[in-house]
Design a protein. Sequence first.
Length: 303
Amino acid sequence: MKRADRDPGAVIAAPAKPATLVVAAIVLCLGVSAGGAGRAKPAAADPVLPSSGLNTASKASKAATLLAAYPEQLERIEDNILVWKKDGSQMGFDDGITGKDFDALLEKPDIEDQFTMSYPRGDQTSPPAKNFDPGRFRNDSFFAKMYGDCSKGEVAPHLVNVAWLPKKGGGQVRVTAINGVDKKLKAISDELDALPDRFTPYLVSPGGTYVCRVIAGTERRSAHAYGIAIDINVPHSDYWRWSKPNANGTIPYRNRIPNEIVRIFEKHGFIWGGKWYHYDTMHFEYRPELLTAEQGAQARTQP
């Protein structure tokens, strides 16, 4: 749960047309489209935050982490105002509302709320706790400012093609060049291409990258709409909406994606939807601020 302190005087400076590969299965299974607004928004069965995995860092620490993750985009955070480098525009960092439950964090997160939960880098060894979804809280204004609003045609000019596992015949995918996401995905592809053949079925025929759409069952913009996400092979993946809840209402966790694949994505700044209680194991998205925050949390806990 968010801390109430406001750090009013803090000042933190930042360190100095091929078709998109979108498989029909992912569109049909997730029920998504650019015109998906207007759907009923399902609330969490229990909107209480998990008792563990919450980020207890100060607001100043979270601000510093955000600036370090996007040094080419963000200038500083001063008096609770985020200042952008490219045009000097300003955006609030913390809306001052404390005690938000899970649903409120999903629907109306401020920028600081994106750090509510600490993303656990490393191998997945147990199912996530109920409502533990680090990375699912996204402030749409923040991402639209950084990558563009796809409904206004602002994302497409920055998209580039990346050869996906060329040694294995993976075709091409299309992601944004902003923040070097395309270069990072190429590095991921090169490392995945070198893995033994037993990993190939999870990776070839990816489910999709860029598509201007909302998240299934919501009016919230998907990370795919910013060109920063990739879904790997759908038939070898699992998604929480495909599962029938247990008798007690909890969602049974399922995953078939090997840790070897996840490690490579995380190495290059991509988080994995398999670390979420509302899991989406095909999904990876570029969120370096969450991986940087996780490394900082580890350092603070070491003796």
